[in-house]
Design a protein around this ligand. Structure first.
Ligand SMILES: N[C@@H](CCC(=O)N[C@@H](CS)C(=O)NCC(=O)O)C(=O)O
Length: 329
């Protein structure tokens, strides 16, 4: 028997539609000129969230879904039947550590339930660096997704991009090329000059004789990366660089503060939450709890401190932090 043809299911992102916008509305198989009256965010209206009026006809306003609309502002993505989440077989993670926490918060903010797909990989026992886990993700780290067709998607930002494309709404990168480019610009800036100097400052410090007494840090992490950041794994530890890397990451926080302190921005990328806020938040949260200087230094910076409190207060962030309890908090 030939394989069953998979049915195509469309997902609509209505966030680009605004009151008064002109669009085309289908009625009885014909498209008419219409106008957006309102866009509802209520769950009860999710199948037909757009109230439209027909231009030139009064009294025919109705609630419709994306299947009956044509507009450049309406984003449409096609997932296989059952939705894209159905295509994810497992989510390999250890919720207590920063990169999984980034993906966890991103998924929760998007309304994607990854928790039900979680398979915990035990990092302390090096489970991630051997056997099945290492075979699946040769980079030897978490998090990563395993799709039903066997594809592995590792690298936290690649996972976030995948979730964003598969479920565009609510957007955490962007709905237009310009929005996406601006969000990615901020993400790369802060990753290059804050997140990775901070991560490597931590990794290298744990391998230095100063650690933890003179350097600050936690005894439990002493030499944690000795069998991980090895030449065989394509890595190196450069213990003597730890102070410079810490300084670099804190300098970038100060740089961001100087740019933002007189702004009305609530988020790094401007007025909306994007992936960079989540990546920075999870880095500061974990590294601060691990005794790295970024949290204490950030508390001296007014805009960043207020931003961090805003992130902390988000219901999905709180839920993810609760889920990640047991190691450093
Ligand atoms: N570039 C990777 C980094 C992943 C990463 O650093 N994972 C850490 C946990 S936050 C890990 O698996 N550490 C254990 C190890 O390196 O052995 C990503 O963005 O996902």
């Amino acid at each position: 028997m030939p394989p069953k043809k998979q049915q195509s299911v469309k997902t609509f992102d209505y966030s680009g539609l605004e009151k008064g916008m002109r669009l085309q509305v289908e009625s009885d198989g014909k498209y008419y000129a219409g106008e957006v009256v309102t866009v509802s965010k209520s769950a009860g209206r999710s199948k037909a969230p757009v109230k439209v009026s027909y231009v030139g006809y009064t009294g025919y306003d109705e609630w419709v879904g994306g299947d009956r609309l044509r507009s450049k502002a309406l984003q449409v993505s096609t997932a296989e039947a059952g939705g894209f989440r159905h295509n994810i077989k497992a989510y390999y993670t250890m919720p207590q550590v920063p990169n999984p926490l980034l993906v966890d918060i991103f998924a929760r903010e998007k309304g994607v339930d990854l928790v039900a797909l979680e398979k915990t990989v035990d990092l302390p026992s090096l489970e991630n660096r051997k056997g099945d886990s290492q075979a699946k993700n040769p980079a030897g780290q978490v998090p990563y997704l395993e799709l039903r067709d066997g594809t592995i998607i590792a690298e936290s930002i690649a996972i976030c991009e995948y979730l964003e494309e598969a479920k565009p709404s609510p957007p955490l990168i962007g709905t237009t090329p310009k929005q996406r480019a601006v969000a990615r610009m901020w993400q790369r800036r802060m990753e290059e000059h804050f997140v990775y100097p901070c991560f490597n400052g931590f990794r290298f410090a744990t391998a230095h004789p100063d650690y933890p007494e003179k350097s600050g840090g936690l005894a439990a992490f002493k030499d944690f990366f000795k069998e991980r950041a090895t030449p065989e794994n394509g890595c190196a530890l450069v213990p003597e660089a730890y102070k410079g890397l810490r300084e670099w990451s804190v300098n970038k926080l100060k740089w961001l503060e100087a740019l933002k302190k007189d702004s009305k921005d609530d988020f790094v990328c401007g007025k909306r939450l994007t992936v960079v806020d989540i990546q920075m938040y999870t880095t500061i949260k974990f590294m601060g709890a691990a005794g790295e200087p970024c949290l204490e230094e950030m508390k001296k910076l007014a805009w960043l401190s207020a931003w961090y409190d805003r992130m902390d207060a988000r219901p999905h962030v709180k839920a993810a932090i609760e889920h990640s309890k047991g190691l450093l908090w």
